[in-house]
Design a protein around this ligand. Sequence first.
Ligand SMILES: [Ca+2]
Ligand SMILES: [Ca+2]
Ligand SMILES: [Ca+2]
Ligand SMILES: [Ca+2]
Length: 427
Amino acid sequence: MIALLILSATANAPDLHFLDLAARSGLTVPNTFGGITKKDSILESTGTGVAIFDFDNDGFNDIFIANGPPNRSQLYRNDGAGHFTEVALQAGLTRTGWAQAACAGDIDNDGRTDLFVTYYGHNSLYRNLGNGKFEDVTARAGLPVDGNRWGSGCALIDYDRDGLLDIFVANYVDLPSAVPKPGSSSNCEWKGMPVWCGPHGMPQARHALYHNNGDGTFTDVSAKAGILAPGGCYGLGAVSADFDNDGWPDIYVACDQTPSMLYRNRHDGTFEERGDAAGVAYNADGQLQAGMGIAVGDYDGNGFLDIAKTNFSGDRPSLYRNEDGSFFEDVSLPSGLGRNQLLGWGIAFLDIDEDGWPDLVLANGHVYPEIDRSTGKPTARKRSSTATSATANSPTSPTPPALPSLRAAPAEASPLAISMATAAPKL
Ligand SMILES: [Ca+2]
Ligand SMILES: [Ca+2]
Ligand SMILES: [Ca+2]
Ligand SMILES: [Ca+2]
């Protein structure tokens, strides 16, 4: 069901070939998340974020994959010779449950990369002990260890620039204790078939920001920092990047069928939500989209980081060109992203042909297994108000992007954190 689509930044697609080495490399644990042919709850519809980082400091990046029932999350250790071994249990990553996103970063500045995993219920912070093991320090850190919040995306961000990584969490829906049955209302049908209910009809979740106190504990500063001020959304992917080049990291949240959010860092420990004002809350026609994953990169070389976002089937992926740090233009159509309107999850800027221009890689799939029994063309979800006609929605100024003056910087050597359907920005 998952397809890989590769879009070239140039008019003439280069001759590229990829070999699937997953099985040969030892990446063999199935990635099922809930039901395979049928899903009864929206809880089964997300999940399986990935973090690629060097957990044992041997110089080779390892792979963490968040997972849920019937599986558990996996940690694949890279032996440096092309083979991975699954070591999650030995490494102390034993928690089961509905794991969603993963963010890797050195929370305590001890030189060892720690791991934060979002879950339905409560999230987990794992401190890297340096002996091949992690310790779950969620409770000791003062982070919630109960409740039923649905952590979806995450971003490690030093928002106050005190040298300590803080934690931002995007939340999806406040899931009712009794989830309605598939087909029980119009929110639980798709193409005439009963499917899991939501997110429409369920309360939108609000996001969270935890300040790193530097003594191993964190403080929930969501209200004080202005994260709660704009209210909630159906948040999925989250990414931190400096979109206005003022040296302070901002936060973008892809929201599902609700306006996506851009939190601008105000340098005083607070944020201002200006997704609508900046032009990254809706598509070019002012319509809501089902935002899922986010990629950040300066695709046109103008010195400002741009945003790409995956959306639902029957809609196009988004490409927001950062004009001046304060306003973005939706150039999805003139950039050619309207050609394939599949349901996208993960997305990343990646210079696959090494010509200096960041290309886009999108991982597509679906949320309803029932699509495998559907004969029709996938369409946008009910009430999602997504664009369906490329010709009717052409932006008025399809200006080609400016040529870059320099080759793209080489890929950064620091740990790469890919939260749920979210690629780390190339800064
Ligand atoms: Ca390693
Ligand atoms: Ca550490
Ligand atoms: Ca900080
Ligand atoms: Ca740019």
